[in-house]
Design a protein. Sequence first.
Length: 734
Amino acid sequence: IDRVETTGQTWLALTVGCARCHDHKYDPITQKEFYQLFGFFNSIDESGVLDSVAGKSRGGNSRPMLAVPTPEQEKEQAKLEAALKTAEQKVAASQKELPKMQGEWEAKFRADLQKQTEAWQPLAPSEVKSEGGATFTKKDDGSWLAGGKNPAHDTYTISAPMAAGQLTGLLIEVLPDESLPNQSLGRNANGNFVLTGVEAEITAAALPQELAVEFAKAQSDYEQTGYEVKFIVEDKPKKGKDAKLKKGWAIDGNDPTKRVPRKAMFVANTPVTVPPNATLVVRLKHEAINNHNIGRFRLATTSMPPATVKLNGGKIPEAIRVALNTEAAKRKPAQNAELAKFYRDNNDNPSKQAESALAAAKKKLDEFTAGFDTTMVMKELPQPREAFILKRGEYDKKGDKVERGLPAALPPLPKGAPMNRLGLAQWLVSPENPLTARVWVNRAWEKFFGMGLVRNTENLGSQSEWPSNPELLDWLATEFVRLKWDMKAMQKEMVMSATYRQASKVTPQLLERDPENRLLARGPRFRLPAELIRDQALAASGLLVEKLGGPSVKPYMPPAIWDETSVYGDMRGYKADAGDGLYRRTLYTVWKRTAAPPSMLMFDAPSRELCTVKRSRTNTPLQALSLLNEVTYVEAARVLAQRMISEGGATPDQRIAWAFRRVTARQPATDEINVLTAGFTKRLAKYQVDADAAKALISLGSTKPNDKLAAPELAAYTMTANVLLNLDEVVTRE
């Protein structure tokens, strides 16, 4: 409903909102026609509330959104999309090879299952070393007992020969021993240990370099609360000086009931192929708490498929065994599908590698595009919502169902236009539409001349004032259409006219003939809007950053300005930007509806709670106080003062005249220079006596004052520049 009223105001300049509860009293718009217009907007895919997920990641925008990448981002996106397409092609190609590779695997896997007796095969290390200086004794059960020095932190390096085949997991058994504290499992005084890292790699002459084994899963038969084995896999330490992990696997060694053997297994995502004559090197790291090192341990490995590996062994699902032992030609479709899935999931095959590469390419593209700037848009639902007349405008009192349609008093949709928002847009800018072009040129005229050809620019309905020059309004409207709705061209037409270039000087004769200047017997004179006053001060000083586009910025605001009105919002604790964000055009200022920036409200900027076509225009003492004291204007005056000294000439008269012409676009009269120079001299004398006041003045703002200039002189010129920026003809369209 808000969009119907906004459309009526901004495009048609009609008070269509009056028809929401009953037929329009003045304009020919019925209540039914109001809800037919509503039907165009009733099927928009949005909730009307802030999308918190999108708000955190996409600059505060809510869905639906349209990404607006930069040209450089578009080039990179094209590269990533090409890489994704290549990855998809590789997946398709690898799928064709799967049946052949699966057949070869089945024969080998079937033979392995017949030979295999135990899932975990004991590892027989040829060497066990301690980085911290401990010694190791091999026990009869194949375990190794640490003795001698117990350093604060230690790493055990175990080297063992490996037979050719596959490696999918590593089992660590930690055993109690009478020689350990509390006859427990660890070397600490209470018998505990903290294992923080497990690394494994395969070396062989056939390998160009060490082959790291990446463990993806960790599980233990017991773990101390807060010291879980998963930390070893999930929270791998980063390389560098902060590489030590603070937590790992521990077993409550000081509890006598825990003095029993404990197990932990580490399983890889996919099997690792082990070449002939290979060596497995395992490193057990203890880097969390001093002296918490494992006392006695034993290692085992497995080649079972990762999905089947269990802490106490492993078992191939019976359905897989049955399928393997059934001839391929006699298998049921379900058996073939289950066997194919088992093969893909548990073997490092080209298809799985291609699928991983595809997932990585897609993730990279998604992460890259997530960083694009976005703009909120409207989007149609797949299935349009039904629209109804609301009796007396009450939301819970539905009347007759209505279809999308236009007011009968206005022209129909253009030929071939669809009955949706696209068609509505085409209708709004159709040359046959009598309102849109007139509405826009009338508003543009108001911006340049202070008053529209139709005085009430927000209402061109039957209750509006008659145009002061109907022929001119008609010509401007048709010219706008002829120029194909080129706003820039129309504005150029207006400002280059002899009417716009008139002086605002008034004579008794002109005042008598045209007291309100409705016939534009003289140039218009009115105060600039809030945004232009600030932009003009920044531009005159040279502070204005003219960059186009980008996210909202946070210029200077009073302390805690939105703390009370943003209890649940993201504007609490407002902090102004540093650098360019302070000096962007006011158009980019972050704006909180219902609580707009006070310096803007002071100059009659709307709160943006509702569509505001026509602004009020007031003149109050608060406006003058703001221009004299607000940090933006004082800083702009100081920067302008620095330019007066460096660019304006050698004497105060020359410098003041230079600045005067810069802010007013004319040369000052002699009496104006005399007044300004006298004021400068008086202020200079004051600041030469009160150096602290001078420093306080020129220190306002984020930019630093020129330290090569004397503070009293710069302060005096700053106050003079402040006067110039406050001149009536500077803040007024003359």
